[in-house]
Design a protein around this ligand. Structure first.
Ligand code: DGY
Length: 328
């Protein structure tokens, strides 16, 4: 019997590619842009396994286009809001993601954004690079202190905790809201205090979002939440764009309801509304986990999941283990 047929929507990195070649007949999408949908629907046809990025919508239409031989979708991301997991489960298709390996890297990037917006780094870079900097001045590009301020975290999961851990070096006061309070030993380690969501919005100087995107969190930050924030506060979003109501954020920035924002994610990526292109907003093109080390590890996890599945083992980070029970 030949090797299973796998389609990967990205060429991945050398190490995962080598591993894949040992176990699968692999076809890669090699285009620089993400695969256009009609092409993708053709390319998945008849495949046994699919490695996808968060840019690919894995829905019933795509699963139908793949046909009955598709057994696993291994997403190279911890977030899996691009995948209709129930539709996969109904077809006995395993779905996996890449938790754990990107927490520290994403926390680093959250701090990159936080510091950049607080200390006006991007504006300063623009001034220095353009030649517009003609003299030092006492009140030039004065930002906001980070040290000693209050960091509010919404969602104290792995990434939220990694963000909180970094705050102690800045002597910050840490408050958080999560679906439930963290264990006392975690609160103690992080010096973090549980509060209601409203209180976190009201008291934070820097409010960082670390909830996954799902029905409960879509649009979580809207006009009411922004209105609760201090006029001097900053919103940091490295999770998923639709967690924030972008029009409400633009309105709040225009009216000075909050001091600024630093955003790695957007409602309709890669579209960034003009209203967000402001000096007091730092913008990044979804770079949270983008280090070579971490992106390689993410790809390796996806590959290991696919290999485990076809070896008859439980994929290490399966999201819908019921499919294993259902018999394949
Ligand atoms: C994820 O993994 O969900 C990130 O958004 C990309 O690394």
């Amino acid at each position: 019997m030949g090797k299973p047929q796998l389609f990967s929507t990205h060429v991945l990195f050398d190490e995962p590619r080598k591993k894949l070649a040992e176990h699968f007949d692999v076809e890669y999408w090699t285009g620089n842009e993400r695969p256009p949908r009609p092409e993708l629907l053709k390319l998945v046809s008849g495949k046994n396994a699919l490695i996808s990025l968060l840019t690919e919508k894995i829905d019933a239409e795509l699963l139908d286009a793949a046909g009955p031989n598709l057994r696993i979708v291994a997403n190279v991301a911890v977030g899996f809001d691009n995948i209709d997991v129930p539709a996969c489960t109904a077809r006995k298709i395993a779905v996996t993601n890449t938790p754990g390996v990107l927490d520290e890297t994403t926390a680093d990037f959250t701090w990159t954004l936080l510091m950049a917006v607080a200390r006006r780094l991007v504006e300063g870079d623009r001034m220095a690079r353009s030649g517009a900097w003609t003299k030092w001045n006492l009140d030039q590009l004065c930002g906001t202190d980070v040290w000693g301020k209050t960091l509010g975290i919404i969602g104290l999961g792995r990434i939220g905790r990694a963000v909180a851990r970094r705050a102690s070096g800045f002597q910050m006061n840490i408050i958080y809201n999560s679906t439930k309070p963290a264990a006392p030993e975690i609160e103690k380690e992080l010096h973090a205090e549980y509060m209601s969501r409203d209180q976190v919005f009201e008291q934070a100087d820097f409010l960082s979002l670390h909830v996954p995107l799902n029905d409960a969190t879509r649009g979580l930050v809207g006009p009411a939440e922004l209105a609760r924030m201090k006029r001097t506060a900053f919103l940091i979003n490295t999770t998923r764009g639709p967690v924030v109501q972008e029009t409400a954020l633009i309105d709040a920035l225009e009216r000075g309801v909050i001091a600024g924002a630093a955003l790695d994610v957007f409602e309709r990526e890669p579209i960034i509304p003009d209203g967000l292109r402001r000096d007091n907003v730092v913008l990044a093109p979804h770079l949270g986990s983008a280090s070579v080390e971490t992106r390689t590890k993410m790809a390796l996890i996806a590959v290991e999941n696919a290999i485990a599945f076809f070896d008859g083992k439980r994929p290490p980070t399966i999201l819908n283990p019921d499919v294993l029970r259902l018999g394949i």
